[in-house]
Design a binder for this molecule. Structure first.
Ligand code: FAD
Length: 292
């Protein structure tokens, strides 16, 4: 089923992101995570795609397995950087053949040592071109999601320009968007206001990254340009040597973040699970009364 149709009939959507595991053991853990999260009745789950196509087969295999072995609606991430249009179309043909209807269309992060000149001449430079390619070739078969950045994208000069490019993705045919992680909701609220003013009216679902390992999340946040407010940094640094306490305050922080988002009318919450279920389940338990 198309996610956009499910979103229309869902008050507040809950969804989970997974990444393709590298080993058999890690795959087993992922499917345990999926079965733990399934009772939360997510609107959809999604599977990431390695930069430059590095997980092309694995992403496809995990997406197929979730689609065939669970009753979950699954979305495949697809990045265009490094692929020719022909390659992209063959990936999409395959997804269509196995019954996948939801694609998160991304440019992708530049792989290490990748130059802009390495983009195949018949490739897509930006996610908006990927969205157009999908719409031109498959009309409305796929529901298409795109990424958006409440604090701007690290490569863009300012938020206004970022919103212009976001609008291009919407005009090319994107159905909804999931945001980059953020830790200060005011960025999200200001972003929504600016998007509305710019005439962007697709659902924008906030991406939630529960902090369970502060150093790891600090690194992710700095790579993608997400601000961690100073008081939050101080709170976590105080417990740098205490993983249990870190997890506890991480769950508390994400719970309050989610409740505030729901109170401000968020249409959904997309959890970056890192293939683990316990923090997400605890946050869900804490917020479930607000979801009804
Ligand atoms: P674009 O929308 O193409 O934007 C990339 C940059 O180019 C931005 O700075 C933008 O301002 C600029 N830009 C856009 N259009 C134009 C234009 N016409 N002219 C000039 N500049 C332009 N990465 C992965 O590798 N795999 C994943 O599975 C993955 N999943 C993600 C899921 C979510 C929800 C999010 C938020 C990000 C994800 N990413 C993933 C990261 C993403 O690939 C990177 O942030 C990447 O650098 C940008 O991808 P994009 O689709 O937003 O690109």
């Amino acid at each position: 089923m198309k996610i956009i149709d499910k979103l229309k009939n869902t008050k507040i959507s809950i969804s989970f992101e997974f990444f393709p595991p590298k080993t058999e053991e890690a795959e087993k853990t992922l499917f345990e995570t999926i079965s733990n999260l399934q009772p939360l009745n997510p609107t959809f789950v999604s599977v990431t795609y390695g930069a430059g196509g590095s997980t092309r087969e694995k992403t496809r295999d995990i997406v197929k397995k979730i689609h065939e072995e669970t009753n979950l609606t699954v979305m495949a991430h697809l990045t265009c950087i490094g692929h020719s249009k022909q390659e992209i179309l063959s990936i999409l043909d395959d997804y269509k053949k196995i019954g996948i209807e939801n694609i998160l269309a991304l440019r992708g992060d530049m792989p290490l040592n990748f130059e802009k000149t390495d983009i195949p001449s018949d490739g897509c430079k930006h996610a908006s071109e990927l969205v157009s390619l999908i719409r031109e070739n498959y009309k409305d078969y796929f529901c298409i999601a795109v990424a958006s950045y409440p604090e701007g994208h690290p490569e863009s000069s300012n938020l206004e320009r970022e919103i212009l490019y976001f609008k291009k993705k919407v005009e090319a045919g994107a159905d909804f968007s999931i945001t980059q992680m953020f830790f200060d909701n005011s960025y999200f609220y200001e972003f929504l206001e600016k998007c509305e003013k710019a005439g962007i009216n697709i659902p924008i679902i906030p991406g939630i990254m529960p902090i369970t390992n502060f150093n790891q999340i600090k690194k992710f946040a700095s790579l993608c340009g997400a601000t961690i407010p100073e008081e939050v940094v101080q709170k976590f640094e105080k417990y740098a040597d205490n993983p249990e306490e870190t997890k506890k305050i991480g769950i508390e922080f994400a719970t309050l973040q989610c409740i505030d988002l729901i109170k401000h009318g968020a249409k959904g919450l997309h959890f970056y699970t890192l293939n683990k279920s316990d923090a997400t389940i605890k946050i869900y338990e804490n917020i479930k009364d607000y979801l009804a």
